[in-house]
Write a protein that binds this ligand. Structure first.
Ligand SMILES: [Fe+2]
Ligand SMILES: [Fe+2]
Length: 128
């Protein structure tokens, strides 16, 4: 799976890391899918996504990215969905891995490739 680059080194590194997590989740064998290993990966991912969103919003704030409020809202929707998967695991001991992977693929990867790409365009314009 390919990710577009924003041109911001740290943001791009973190996106690659998020993709690694995604691939890690996808590669969990079926018999371990709902166990503690899956939940550990999920919780790491939740913390990491949160840190990533904070950093990205900080960069956007610093460069006065005009679409920051909307972007922040998209982040909070997405992290809310990941949090609800973690809560679901704590309450039931089960995570719907297929749904989680679908969420990450459809939402997170699309967010990086379409929404974060707007930051890339903006940063590019600032330089020229
Ligand atoms: Fe991002
Ligand atoms: Fe973003």
């Amino acid at each position: 799976m390919d990710l577009n680059k924003t041109g911001h080194t740290v943001i791009d590194m973190q996106h690659m890391r998020i993709l690694d997590w995604f691939e890690k989740l996808e590669s969990i064998p079926a018999e371990k899918r709902f166990g503690p290993y899956a939940s550990a990966v999920l919780e790491d991912l939740q913390v990491y996504i949160q840190e990533h969103f904070e950093l990205e919003e900080g960069v956007m704030d610093e460069c006065e990215f005009p679409d920051l409020d909307r972007h922040r809202h998209l982040h909070s929707q997405l992290s809310g969905q990941v949090v609800s998967f973690v809560d679901q695991y704590h309450q039931t001991g089960v995570v719907d891995q297929d749904q989680l992977i679908k969420l990450l693929r459809d939402w997170l990867i699309r967010h990086i490739n379409q929404e974060d790409a707007k930051l890339a365009e903006f940063l590019e314009q600032q330089i020229h």
